[in-house]
Write a protein that binds this ligand. Sequence first.
Ligand SMILES: C[S@@+](CC[C@H](N)C(=O)[O-])C[C@H]1O[C@@H](n2cnc3c(N)ncnc32)[C@H](O)[C@@H]1O
Length: 297
Amino acid sequence: MSTALPPAAPEGVLLADNLDVLRSLPEGCIDLVYVDPPFGTGQVRRLGTIRTGGGTSTRRGFAGRTYNYEVTSRYAYRDDMALEDYLCFLEVRLREMHRALTPSGSLYLHLDFHAVHHARLLMDEIFGPERFLNEVIWAYDFGGRARDRWPRKHDNILWYAKSDHWTFNTADIDRIPYMAPGLVGPEKARRGKLPTDTWWLTIVPTSGRERTGYPTQKPLKLLERVVAASSRPGDLVADFFCGSGTTGVAAARLGRRYLLVDSNPEAVSIARRRLQLDGPPRPAPGETASGAGSSPG
Ligand SMILES: C[S@@+](CC[C@H](N)C(=O)[O-])C[C@H]1O[C@@H](n2cnc3c(N)ncnc32)[C@H](O)[C@@H]1O
């Protein structure tokens, strides 16, 4: 009888094209995938962060007052592929993610109106339409408002399972206030209710500790809800488009292992910095704690 263990997936934060990492993964090694790829906007996504009160640049602010500022960071990633190329790019990666999931694993694919309708068909083809679990709507209210249509203030998160059994820890999901607490009695009102497939969560505040300055950073609260509901302590959670590393921070806080990948060196250095700040990354098997979270890249 063979005593060989199945090959393990790498852990930590890797600087790489995710397709290379995905192709190297053994089958059935990841319990939960959350991915927030470029949305197919046709643009380069940029974010500059400024600090006011110093520097030599000036701008006009409240009541016409002029104030000094300095640019403290300027990060960007590309999202400018033609639609057909973009869908090929997604498809080949989603197929590999499906292969890498454990039999009870599941995948959250975070997109918006630009490509979610195409992605739904792709996911049906790869996972099977019967494996579709939810389309979660993440609703927020921030930024400018269109005057010629309903302002677009939500993202779409498709959730698919690999098989007909998957993890869903109802008891571990954060509860939200009832809209009409007076109708349900004090005990229920105190406990709150489970969220539905529409999640009202604020974006990452423009100032504050959570903000990294990385464009399109997702709120930790959103990732904590995903990880708490759809994985167990000790599970391996992967994000192959990790950006600033939000998924890894949520995983580490909740006692899960993580594999994060991004091809942008700035993203990887932010993710590594955040993981050290927000709690020590869990060591991979055979690694010492100080080596965890680093990568060969
Ligand atoms: C929408 S951002 C992710 C933001 C992240 N969820 C967060 O909270 O910060 C998408 C990321 O995908 C990365 N990316 C794009 N193509 C990639 C590829 N082929 N391999 C790895 N990462 C890629 C970009 O560098 C970018 O950081």
